[in-house]
Write a protein that binds this ligand. Structure first.
Ligand SMILES: [Mg+2]
Length: 437
């Protein structure tokens, strides 16, 4: 955990997020879609998974089934598009590779947003806002996509700043809470509902309201001990983050469930395709397990590889690819097959890889899976039963008791963990044994 070490050291983060990502990707290639209501639908044109701002304004709800929207669509001339995850994935990859030029420390948080650590980069720009504007301009120029940039002394504040940059046009797409006079920060925070805070969902929002906390300013100014006693340590930490005390380092918060990401840096540099394949299969297995635990399925996967940007002496390469699935699924076998297929396409020999990862895209509840007359891959009863057994065995006997052969058994690429103590309480083989004489 780096939480303790991060506390007290001043940090600065930027959150870069593409506006209405899926719809914006479509607009890049079809300008007729500008300034009119557009929605993107899930596989088989089932539900609305993305909305342009115009669609939001006329009341299209996220996740609404398309057939229920037909009337509204006719009235307002809504354009409905089928999701094109291969397009969104490759656009995402372009944005991320542009962002990598701005900071060596980056966390891809979802398909369309990334945190950048700006520590130590202050000298390169007249101000953080100037850097933000440069990011906006370059991403727009090079990909056609609109992004907003939020800057703050903690990830929670950077995320909030991004929200402000999106909602308040006077910021021109970049909001820097880190260098804003405190009176101005106060007046902003006093006028935004507490539900907009990162990690505060609807349920916790209601509890906060019941306790008299309705604005972000009130949450920020609440006593940490009171927050901890009433809502727990996570909320206490959120309060600290809002006060500008950075408690969350990069890669420390689980991404939102719109996407599932599983990715790690290797303990040592990795060169060969077989080793990369093992790691990709392993990360995908764990992502698929998470997906099933939440009773969800996904529509596409993304796999990415990356060299180490800190080793300037090495040639650098990073690439991601999105593979749409033949049908929605949460079957490890299908997801791993798709990931390895993608990996083979982006792998280039001659590079020293530092990191691989996978992302699940287009996540939706398993329950609304549509019946299809076509043969289904990694779906249906048989697949479901097999996966249930696999999850159960791994739950009882410890992680990776049952895994795909492709995930490997040597795992020489894993994180360096030579000094890790055994899983005393989580792994049967590591449970301490007492001998009596
Ligand atoms: Mg976005």
């Amino acid at each position: 955990m780096t939480v303790a070490s991060a506390i007290g050291t001043p940090q600065i983060f930027a959150l870069v997020d593409v506006n209405n990502f899926y719809v914006s990707c479509e607009r890049v290639f079809n300008p007729h879609l500008e300034n009119r209501p557009v929605v993107v639908l899930s596989n088989n044109d089932g539900c609305c998974v993305a909305r342009s701002s115009e669609s939001r304004e006329i009341g299209v709800k996220m996740g609404a089934p398309w057939f229920q929207l037909k009337e509204l669509a006719q009235k307002h001339n809504i354009v409905a598009l089928s999701s094109n995850y291969a397009l969104y994935g490759s656009m995402s990859d372009r944005v991320m590779s542009i962002l990598r030029d701005y900071s060596p420390n980056m966390e891809t948080y979802s398909i369309d947003e990334s945190f950048l650590s700006l520590n130590g980069l202050g000298g390169l720009w007249p101000s953080a806002s100037a850097m933000g504007q440069s990011i906006r301009y370059r991403v727009r120029q090079w990909t056609g996509l609109p992004v907003c940039v939020g800057i703050g002394p903690s990830k929670t504040l950077a995320k909030l700043a991004n929200h402000i940059a999106k909602k308040q046009p006077r910021f021109n797409g970049v909001c820097d809470l880190a260098s804003m006079p405190s009176a101005q920060v106060d007046s902003l925070l006093a006028n935004i509902g507490v539900n907009e805070v990162w990690g505060v969902g609807r349920r916790i929002g209601l509890q906060l309201h019941a306790a008299g906390i309705t604005t972000i300013q009130q949450l920020r100014d609440a006593a940490p001990s009171w927050l901890r006693a009433k809502f727990g340590v996570v909320m206490e930490r959120t309060g600290n983050e809002l006060r500008g005390i950075s408690c969350l380092a990069l890669e420390e918060v689980a991404p939102p469930r719109k996407q599932i990401i599983s990715s790690r840096s290797f303990g040592q540099l990795v060169h060969t395709l077989p080793e990369l394949s093992e790691s990709v299969a392993t990360y995908m297995s764990s992502a698929a397990e998470t997906l099933r635990r939440e009773n969800s399925v996904c529509e596409a996967i993304q796999v990415f590889v990356q060299t180490n940007p800190f080793r300037e002496q090495d040639p650098q390469y990073s690439k991601g690819i999105t593979i749409p699935l033949p049908n929605v699924s949460s079957d490890t076998r299908l997801l791993v097959r798709a990931a390895l297929f993608g990996l083979k396409r982006i792998y280039r020999p001659g590079f020293a890889y530092k990191k691989t990862g996978v992302m699940l895209i287009g996540i939706g509840p398993a329950a609304v899976q549509q019946l299809s007359l076509l043969p289904q891959h990694g779906a249906g009863d048989k697949s479901q039963r097999l996966m249930q057994v696999m999850d159960k065995l791994n739950g009882i006997y410890g992680r990776n008791t049952v895994s795909l052969f492709s995930a490997g058994s040597r795992k020489s690429w894993t994180m360096r963990r030579e000094n890790m103590s055994p899983g005393y309480t989580t792994n049967w083989k590591d449970v301490p044994v007492a001998h009596a004489r």
